[in-house]
Design a protein around this ligand. Structure first.
Ligand code: SAH
Length: 212
């Protein structure tokens, strides 16, 4: 498929799957229009990059459905002055989207090969405000904490206190949690040191793995 054809599919994805489902922040729509999602997808599946569901990226992992990325980013109310922590870099696609909406992205991926691959693609695509490390997301990234925003792309059983601890005051985190067939997305907020959480959508993320 040619680049112009991918561009056309991307535009349709934004119209139907993102804008069509009520996300209308123009900066978010622009970010989705800009990021070449097909580049983050294994070559043999590339032509399906703009379809309305997750796709496999190897190691039993998936690239999230575009709408879910949109929903999570929108819930975080992005701001170009803010720093964001991402847990579960995966393909690096969501990392690219948020890099256009925040000042600096810190992303932690437990799988060394995926972390390496995402780093390489993001460099080639010239995203330059992203720092990626291979590590255990349950620990967050203490060195650069606190974060204004945290976005988690894999589901722990319960919301880890370590991550809430790394939220700045006034900060927000969007995170799936729960067991395999009973996961929900939560919006966690910290105000005057007090953590609150609100349930949002039912979701189906891959589990957040404990390092053995
Ligand atoms: N937003 C990503 C989603 C990738 S799937 C994308 O669109 O491509 C979730 C990712 O979380 C996988 O790459 C998996 O390896 C990673 N992951 C699982 N447990 C983790 C942990 N404890 N710490 C960091 N990353 C983890």
């Amino acid at each position: 498929m040619k680049e112009t054809e991918y561009g056309r599919l991307r535009q349709a994805m934004v119209e139907q799957q993102i804008k069509g489902r009520g996300i209308c922040n123009p900066d978010i729509l622009d970010a989705f229009l800009n990021v070449r999602r097909h580049i983050f997808i294994p070559a043999e599946l590339r032509d399906r990059a703009y379809e309305d569901h997750p796709l496999p990226i190897g190691f039993n992992q998936t690239i999230s459905q575009p709408y879910i990325v949109g929903y999570m980013v929108n819930a975080l109310e992005p701001d170009k002055n803010m720093r964001i922590l991402e847990i579960g870099t995966g393909s690096g696609y969501q990392t690219a989207v948020i890099s256009l909406l925040f000042k600096k992205v810190f992303s932690v991926e437990i799988n060394a090969e995926l972390a390496h691959r995402a780093k390489k693609i993001l460099n080639e695509e010239r995203y330059c405000n992203i720092k990626i490390k291979q590590g255990d997301g349950f620990k967050g990234w203490k060195e650069f904490a606190p974060f204004d925003r945290i976005i988690v792309s894999c589901a722990p059983g319960n919301i880890p206190a370590t991550l809430s601890d790394q939220l700045a005051d006034g900060g927000k985190m969007i995170i799936p949690a729960g067991e395999k067939h009973d996961q929900k997305l939560y919006l966690v907020e910290k105000k005057d040191g007090i953590i609150s959480q609100a349930e949002r959508l039912h979701v189906a993320f891959v589990p957040m793995l404990h390092k053995d």
